[in-house]
Design a protein around this ligand. Structure first.
Ligand SMILES: Nc1ncnc2c1ncn2[C@@H]1O[C@H](COP(=O)(O)OP(=O)(O)OP(=O)(O)O)[C@@H](O)[C@H]1O
Ligand SMILES: [Mg+2]
Length: 266
């Protein structure tokens, strides 16, 4: 893939007291690329997303979006610059409707403040109506079934649709880069397959959107990402196509466990 690099990290190190959660990790992400991130529990996968999105400030190293240094900037500003994410554990507003959850994701693009709502109600209402129309379009783009449930409280959605809703909400900020932390967690195989189809359709519709997907489900890792980054104990173990990295014995040991590695060699 030779599209321009949109996001890159160099020498990323994250210490928590004596624990080194990430050590000198480099990565690049190109426009339109899907980068898979795999590694055992505690490998530093979520830490990497937290560094990129400004939730953690790395102990050293740099993250750059289209060449501009991001680390050191507050998380809300980083979202405004075009990086959106979902979280490993669901973070929806359960009492609010599906549609309202997506509208909230547009807050970085809305100019209306509380004074406008009180003093210039018609302007605020017009902006809200526009946000609702955009949110409906996003729900349709992510999943027709989700769109049809747009007036239900988010808490009533089945798990798979809640994960989809989080993706729709992240897209509402009009990101250039979308980061997904274990989007298939808690799903069975059929739901995971349906989610993969939805993500594929989304990528086809938005060929410029770059994605990083942390994932444990190997079927998803094998079929969606263009490239895979393998982390282990905060270090980069390997990087390449799934076909390349899955054959590296250290990756098999770290990720699949020694036993599975021996079976794979046999
Ligand atoms: N805020 C924090 N304070 C202290 N230690 C942390 C913090 N965040 C992460 N860690 C530690 O950093 C290491 C990497 O954690 P991280 O959550 O990035 O792993 P992960 O690869 O996402 O794992 P999982 O697959 O379980 O989600 C772990 O040892 C974790 O306990
Ligand atoms: Mg994690």
């Amino acid at each position: 893939m030779s599209a321009p690099v949109i996001l890159e990290g160099s020498g990323l190190t994250m210490r928590f007291g004596g624990l080194v959660a990430m050590a000198e990790v480099d990565f690049t992400l190109r426009k339109g690329e899907i980068l898979g991130i795999i590694g055992p529990n505690g490998a530093g996968k979520s830490t990497l997303l937290n560094i990129i999105t400004g939730i953690y400030v790395p102990s050293s190293g740099e993250v750059r979006l289209s060449g501009e240094r991001l680390n050191g900037q507050p998380a809300h500003r980083i979202v405004g610059k075009g990086i959106a994410r979902t979280f490993q554990s669901s973070r929806l507003f359960g009492d609010l409707s599906v549609l309202d959850n997506v509208i909230i994701g547009r807050h970085t693009h809305m100019k209306t403040g509380i004074f406008d709502v009180i003093l210039r109600r018609s302007k605020a209402e017009a902006e809200l109506a526009e946000a609702a129309a955009i949110a409906e379009g996003l729900l349709k783009a992510v999943s027709r079934g989700l769109y049809e449930q747009r007036h239900r409280p988010a808490a009533e959605l089945p798990q798979a649709d809640r994960r989809r809703l989080e993706i729709a909400r992240a897209l509402a900020s009009e990101p250039k880069v979308l980061l997904l932390d274990e989007p298939s967690s808690g799903m069975d195989d059929a739901d995971t397959d349906a989610l993969m189809d939805d993500i594929r359709a989304l990528c086809a519709e938005r060929p410029e959107l770059a994605m990083m997907i942390i994932e444990h489900d190997m079927r998803l890792v094998a079929s969606l990402p263009h490239r895979v980054l393998v982390l282990d104990y905060g270090q980069k173990l390997a990087e390449g196509s799934y076909e390349e990295v899955r054959l590296i014995p250290r990756v098999q040991e770290a990720y699949l466990g020694r036993k599975a590695a021996q079976n794979a060699q046999a």
